[in-house]
Design a binder for this molecule. Structure first.
Ligand code: AHG
Ligand code: MN
Ligand code: MN
Length: 367
């Protein structure tokens, strides 16, 4: 059963409607988003073929897998997805360059392709540890403007990507789940599209997505609890205490280990996601990456009425310091994220005076 194209907008139609807000727009931006969508469709196809096409497992399996700049073993599909993003977006003339989780340094658009005025930053496959167990994965992307000196012809370098999240022109993700979806913001709300596999088109199925402000569902990797900072411990303790605790209601918990899938659940039914800064590894201030994970998801959340934060400050106001910078990330239903920010802002000495935390902490190390 396909959607009726006469009654349902395609991604192309949606983009044309959005462009009407900018009568002087050249069309480059829309063409760029359609190229990104094409990359996502090609990745969806590879993900769907999986083991049938020998696409599961580690890249360079005979060598036990190659290691990316993050120090993580690359899956075959990490590398394939990265190549597809590069291939589908390098030729169009809309980009000055790209940066990706899977590439150490930025990728300036090579000759003979024309250079454009945008930058594309992406996580080609998020949640790739889930590939071999056939759980949802996705792609995350962010569009920035190339700085003027680059548009004027200067060579592109990593520093040109170090723009705060508020500078994003667009952000989105594709989710390769039971259906393939594309969720997009061009700075005017958030829209969700479902891939019609017969027509090969993303159809507008979820216009105007909105994150409910209230929730009783949270997502965090509890195996890290001994490394959490006090405000996070307090927040989770209070959720776990349920009806009889300070929150006065029971909470549910989910952890998929594909942030893109968690973000989608939260867009659909609310919730809060935490991958906070912790003390597990002094060299890693958080697990997730600012430029191609936290910022695009943060932009989407804020455009959908939710919130994204480091715990200490609004995510979109962080000035990046490096291409692969990691950061603590909290996002989702506004009231919960603001509560977590309040807990971070409260003076540390309060910690010992919070009755639940001090006397009944479920995660006290000496409990
Ligand atoms: P990636 O596959 O792009 O490296 O990202 C995986 C991320 C994110 O999607 C997920 O939320 C998190 O890693 C899972 O971390 P844990 O394995 O610590 O649960
Ligand atoms: Mn990721
Ligand atoms: Mn990835």
């Amino acid at each position: 059963m396909s959607f009726n194209p006469h009654t349902t907008a395609t991604l192309t139609q949606y983009l044309i409607e959005q462009r009407r807000r900018f009568p002087d727009a050249s069309g480059d931006f829309n063409a760029l988003i359609l190229d990104v969508a094409m990359a996502c469709k090609a990745i969806a196809k590879s993900v769907a073929y999986g083991a049938l096409a020998d696409l599961h497992g580690n890249h360079a399996a005979d060598a036990g897998g190659s290691i990316n700049v993050q120090g993580e073993t690359q899956k075959k599909l990490d590398v394939i997805s990265n190549d597809l993003f590069i291939r589908m977006n390098a030729w169009g003339g809309h980009l000055a360059g790209m940066a990706s989780e899977e590439m150490d340094a930025c990728y300036p658009i090579p000759e003979p392709h024309p250079r454009g005025k945008y930058l594309l930053v992406f996580d080609p496959l998020d949640g790739s540890s889930n590939i071999d167990v056939n759980v949802s994965v996705g792609s995350i992307f962010s569009v920035l403007r190339a700085p003027q000196h680059v548009q004027d012809g200067a060579a592109l370098c990593d520093a040109d990507f170090l723009q705060a999240g508020v500078a994003q022109v667009a952000a989105g993700y594709a989710l390769y789940g039971p259906t393939t979806m594309l969720v997009l913001t061009v700075g005017n709300g958030v829209a969700g599209f479902t891939l019609d596999p017969v027509m090969g088109e993303f159809m507008l199925t979820h216009p105007e997505l909105h994150v409910p402000e209230e929730t009783s569902e949270f997502a965090i990797n509890a195996s890290n609890s001994r490394f959490w900072e006090a405000p996070v411990k307090r927040y989770v303790d209070e959720c776990l205490a349920g009806k009889t605790g300070p929150r006065g209601k029971d909470f549910n918990m989910r952890w998929i280990a594909s942030m893109v899938a968690e973000a989608h659940r939260i867009l659909m039914r609310g919730g809060v996601f935490l991958y906070p800064r912790d003390t597990k590894d002094a060299l890693k201030p958080g697990r997730l990456r600012l430029l191609y994970e936290a910022n695009p998801i943060g932009f989407i959340m804020e455009q959908a009425g939710g919130r994204a934060s480091t715990g200490h400050q609004a995510m979109l106001h962080v000035t990046p310091s490096s291409l692969h910078q990691r950061i603590g990330l909290v996002f989702g239903s506004k009231n919960e994220v603001e509560r977590i920010e309040r807990y971070h802002a409260e003076p540390a000495q309060l910690e010992g005076h919070t009755p639940l935390f001090a006397e009944r902490s479920l995660f006290r190390t000496n409990a």
